[in-house]
Design a protein around this ligand. Structure first.
Ligand SMILES: Cc1ncc(COP(=O)(O)O)c(C=O)c1O
Length: 380
């Protein structure tokens, strides 16, 4: 049996909807299927306004434009994240200020944010690693006190809840990814959530190449003009059609995926008890979307051994992100490895387990048996 790291789950209506979009005569952004997806996202999760964009990366960039990120602005973000998070602000001349992560979630350590704030700080940019929400209420409280913008990178957390509120519904801005590696796929796709109503109109202009085309479509004007900076931040209706089929099955997919989380907790718990490894802790006020599962091994050698041995069983597990502050580009900003020792140490020992919806239906037993054999060989 072969257990890949990730695999897209087809829910059944993708082909029908995509053909409908194909022959509708309208395949560009913000048409029929886009509207359906936006309405569904708002109704299900209480977002103020949603913009469908070509990727999670594009969502972050559009958010940076909307937040007027400019040269010299400082943006506080975790070092443990994907390059897209930092690039979105660096592209506009901002200086990244990296914050440590907390070992229990690998999310930004909110208790260390305030010490990093300076008069030049413009934004806090946390992520929800593995679908587990960051401490968003604490982060919003800090941001409000210092008049900062929060853009929450929810690339991995569509369908997660924090104290009963959907991930992405509390920050000023939030971004989602619908890349094929995520719980819900458009192949490539993303969304920017704008929770500040006064920013909505400008977001429409930025999404439409910096024009007020929106006002023409709404019958307010008869010719549109260049009114702002912007780009083409639109998702094709054909991809929105695929996404709609996926999002309509959100609850079913979440339930199937929860089998995988449970199996991993059961498998790794005895080894954690003996102090060999650790994995994420979910606080009782967080309801996760079952996006991923990670383990931090006791040594780098055991991390390497685990992944290599699993390959013999054709089970694919991978390392997580590499810390950004010590990456070649991070060093250019004057960072060195020892500046964020906690993140650096955890990054070197983490492993992400295979996690995809179909695994919750088949292959789970084989996957767990293979891992147990490797763990017993390591820790006997
Ligand atoms: C935290 C985070 N932000 C942003 C992205 C980028 O998303 P996309 O691949 O849709 O551009 C990813 C992708 O995995 C991610 O993990």
């Amino acid at each position: 049996m072969n257990i890949p790291f990730n695999k897209v789950y087809i829910t059944g209506n993708e082909e029908k909807y995509m053909l409908e979009a194909l022959y509708s005569g309208k395949q560009c952004g913000n048409h029929g299927f886009c509207t359906k997806v936006i309405d569904l996202m708002k109704a299900k999760h209480g977002f103020n306004e949603v913009f469908l964009v070509p990727s999670g990366t594009a969502a972050l960039e559009m958010g940076a434009v909307l937040a007027n990120i400019a040269p010299g602005d400082e943006v506080i973000l975790p070092s443990y994240t994907f390059s897209s998070t930092v690039n979105a602000v660096v592209l506009f001349g901002a200086i990244p200020v990296f914050c440590e992560s907390e070992p229990e979630t690998m999310n930004i350590d909110a208790s260390k944010i305030e010490a990093l704030i300076t008069p030049r700080t413009k934004m806090i940019l946390p992520i929800d690693y593995a679908g587990v929400s960051c401490e968003i209420d604490l982060i919003m409280e800090i941001a409000n006190r210092h008049n900062l913008i929060v853009m929450q990178d929810c690339a991995q957390s569509y369908g997660t809840y924090f104290k009963g509120k959907a991930a992405g519904s509390q920050a000023h801005l939030a971004t989602f990814s619908f890349h094929e590696t995520k719980n819900f796929s458009a192949g490539e796709g993303g969304a920017l959530v704008v929770n500040v109503p006064e920013w909505e109109e400008r977001a429409h202009f930025i999404q439409e190449k910096g024009t007020d085309r929106r006002l023409v479509l709404n019958g307010v004007k008869n010719k549109y003009s260049w009114v702002d900076k912007g780009s083409s931040y639109l998702l094709s209706d054909i991809l929105a059609a695929m996404l709609l089929a996926q999002l309509e099955q959100e609850d079913k997919l979440k339930s199937i995926r929860s089998n995988i989380t449970k199996a991993y907790f059961d498998l790794f718990a005895p080894y954690e008890k003996k102090g060999f490894l650790s994995y994420f802790k979910i606080k009782d006020y967080i309801d996760i979307n079952h996006h991923a599962f990670w383990v931090i091994f006791d040594t780098v050698e055991n991390q390497q051994f685990f992944m290599a041995k699993l390959r013999d069983y054709k089970v694919s597990a991978y390392i997580g992100y590499l810390a950004l502050h010590s990456a070649p580009k991070g060093l250019e900003y004057g960072y060195k490895e020892s500046d964020l020792p906690i993140t650096q140490d955890l990054t070197d020992r983490i492993v992400r387990m295979p996690f995809y919806t179909e695994l919750g239906e088949q292959g789970l037993e084989y996957c767990m048996e293979s891992m147990k054999k490797v763990l017993d060989e390591m820790y006997s």
